[in-house]
Write a protein that binds this ligand. Structure first.
Ligand code: ADP
Ligand code: ZN
Length: 432
């Protein structure tokens, strides 16, 4: 049941003592990097005075912009000779940043991914099809090596080429896949087109879904269609990639691997820590990274720590599914809206399909929101009144939730552009 029982079920006291020892080591190591050496000096920070986990709040926060400004080597805490791998973020919110790993860093990361997969029930007898882009993106190689370490047969299918993906699943009896949730929905249409029923015609048992925010409802739709369990997988290049936080079979939030990462949740405005259970921005410190330690990284991801323990017996705390990045927040007519909020509503309405797009425009002084929604094709075949009723219902449901009245356009299945990587949910055409 456990990949590393001692670590996964370690008493909190012991786990926190381990974290503190690791934090001190990390600080010593970080001070070897040009960036932190300067920050510590400029701020007159004596790292010897960090003697409790709470003291971490005395350290400066690190942002994606800091990483961008230090591009490429400013955060390196070791010589370049020690580096064996480079990865980069996807660049979802601007210029991508690069991250370097020593051999030991790669081993640690690989182990976390193996631990995460094992936790969900995947074993060496399984066949794992990795449907994430290979290359600089961490989702490809990160999962690949983790699954190999676990001992599974790995099919490095990479993203795209949907028909071949389905063929591979059938030819080689794939049992687990790693897939972006928006792509899993898109693929369901290809299954239908090929007249393949994943529940009957494949051996699929589980999926790891992550890399982008998605609602509980979307998970349910995916699970119902494929007939497997979809485990939420959270990670970011700055910490390593996938393997930072992962769901156990109870699927009640994602366990953060606290032996490797120190987590805080802060108020994004006051930058003060919020109590466990309250929503805020996730801040993470690497505890076992040699090549490029990162302290108090502002992920911009909004979540909360779930209080209480998990039935699985793991002591590593859980975070709730990510609501979105603070950068994803749409501000329109003074109202703050996250795309996932709209998704949740849409997916609850019978007849709504698998994709949607939010377009923001400015007409004079007025901001408008257009939501394009794919709906099932029957709506276009029959009585147009039905289509209009559905449109009306969507407008009403969204209005009651987000408190502004969007325009809604209904379009046929597969008409909105889809991405093989992270889905683009919002196009903001408003000029400041
Ligand atoms: P980028 O930050 O440029 O997208 P990454 O590839 O490193 O580059 O992606 C990490 C980010 O992806 C996270 O900070 C988070 O916003 C998002 N993400 C990753 N996994 C999940 C998940 N399970 N749920 C929601 N968002 C996720
Ligand atoms: Zn659990």
């Amino acid at each position: 049941m456990y990949w590393e029982k001692d670590i996964e079920t370690m008493d909190r006291d012991k786990l926190e003592a381990h974290q503190l020892a690791r934090l001190k080591e990390t600080l010593g190591n970080a001070s070897k990097s040009p960036y932190y050496a300067k920050v510590f000096k400029d701020q007159g920070l004596d790292i010897q005075q960090i003697n409790a986990l709470e003291d971490v709040e005395r350290l400066p926060l690190t942002t994606k912009d800091d990483l961008r400004q230090q591009w490429p080597y400013g955060f390196l805490a070791c010589s370049k000779d020690e580096i064996v791998r480079m990865h980069s973020s996807s660049g979802t919110t601007g210029r991508a940043i690069v991250v370097f790993h020593t051999a030991n860093d790669v081993d640690q990361w690989t182990n976390l991914v193996a631990r995460s997969m094992y936790m969900t029930g995947m074993r060496k007898s399984d066949v794992f099809q990795n449907m994430m882009t290979y290359g600089l993106f961490t989702g490809g190689l990160g999962f690949h090596y983790g699954a190999e370490k676990l001992g599974a047969l790995v099919i490095p299918a990479s993203a795209g080429n949907s028909k071949r993906q389905i063929q591979l699943m059938m030819d080689f009896d794939t049992t687990y896949i790693h897939i972006i949730p928006s792509y899993a929905l898109h693929l369901s249409a290809v299954f239908e087109e090929m007249k393949v029923d994943p529940r009957k015609d494949t051996k699929l048992k589980g999926a790891f879904v992550g890399a982008e925010p998605h609602s509980e409802k979307m998970r349910k739709i995916i699970e119902d269609f494929y007939g497997f369990k979809a485990y939420n997988s959270y990670g970011l290049s700055e910490m390593c990639g996938p393997g930072v936080a992962f769901e156990c079979p109870h699927q009640t939030g994602m366990h953060v691997w606290e032996d490797n990462f120190l987590m805080e949740v802060i108020d994004p405005v006051s930058l003060k820590r919020v109590p466990d259970g309250e929503e805020g921005e996730l801040v993470m410190t690497t505890l076992l990274r040699d090549g490029m330690p990162i302290l108090r990284y502002r992920t911009r991801d909004l979540t909360r720590i779930i209080p209480g323990s998990c039935e699985c017996g793991r002591t590593h705390r859980r975070i709730e599914r990510i609501k979105g990045r603070s950068d994803d927040m749409i501000i329109i007519k003074g109202v703050n809206i996250f795309p996932v909020q709209i998704e949740k509503r849409l997916m609850d309405i019978p007849g709504v399909g698998t994709n949607y797009l939010i377009i923001l425009e400015r007409e004079g002084l007025n901001d408008t929101m257009l939501v394009k929604v794919e709906v099932q094709k029957d709506f276009f075949a029959g009585d147009l009144k039905q289509l209009e009723n559905l449109r009306h219902r969507i407008v009403e449901e969204l209005r009651s939730d987000i408190l502004i009245t969007p325009k809604v356009d209904l379009v046929g299945p597969d008409s909105l552009e889809k991405s093989e990587g992270k889905a683009v949910r919002v196009i903001d055409n408003r000029k400041d």
